[in-house]
Unconditional design. Sequence first.
Length: 327
Amino acid sequence: MEYTHLAQRPVGEIVAEDYRRAAVLKRFGIDFCCGGGRTLEAACRKKGVAVTDVAEALAAADGHGHTPQVRVTAWAPGFLADYIVNEHHGYVRENVPVLRAFTQKVARVHGGARPELVRIAALFEEVATELEAHMADEEALVFPAIKAVADGAATPAERSLRELIGEMEEEHDRAGALMQEIRRLSNDFQPPEGACNTYRAAFAKLEEFEDDLHRHVHLENNVLFPKALALDGDARIEASAEAGAPAPGAHVLDVRMIPPPQKHPAIFEAFDALGEGGHFVLVNDHDPVPLRYQFEYTRAGQVGWAYLEQGPEVWRVQITKLAPVEA
């Protein structure tokens, strides 16, 4: 089976389409949340696994079961932000006190014989403290700014949306690294033989906490933030592009007859050849929204995106270079 097209897609985008795929990537040790911007091929190369093995496992997961999957990619940014607050911020606030008590008790009782338990308790305290501040910033600054952009209003924050999101993503990386170290110290959350009930409960709860954090970060890094940045990019070029018509002198790139594995490379090559302020009109036979998200990952802050025609048979998008691509 041919997996070339799948191999060139970002792993975050692959999971965003169907969260059941997250379990497959996790089994192969592939980071789909903080590392969601990497292509599947690059992620497999980093982990030393064959991309065909992962692709086949993903295909098998797609064909297994009939439970309808929630299509979060179709949700409006404001709705998704509210869902994250209620579902994931709520989970963290409810479970942090429980895990603080568990990890501290286990460290106090068993830390003399197993010093790694003392370190785990300290690391979890770092995670908890940082997440509490992180969630407060998202709710007070980042999510209101995203909702404002989605509504076509000015962002209420003094800093740009891109700066706010960049800071949140750095904090996601930090939380993920701390939980990864906890996983290492706990032998993948496996308590030793003869461990007491609190010891077992602490490790089981830590693993559950990590699973929730992965989905939490995935929804923000791979779905909400790219949507918001794409909308923000639209607003920046709205004044310079007439509704329903390309800007004067725009080159047309019709990719309808190009084989799928060659489409994205051809589009990125055309974009990279543009000077600052340059643009072209992309013509396709389906909505190229996955391309839009990939642009935001790989050329953040440099892409303007304005739909000129949206189906049902032809999509035309004016793509503008807002800043030079860094070497």
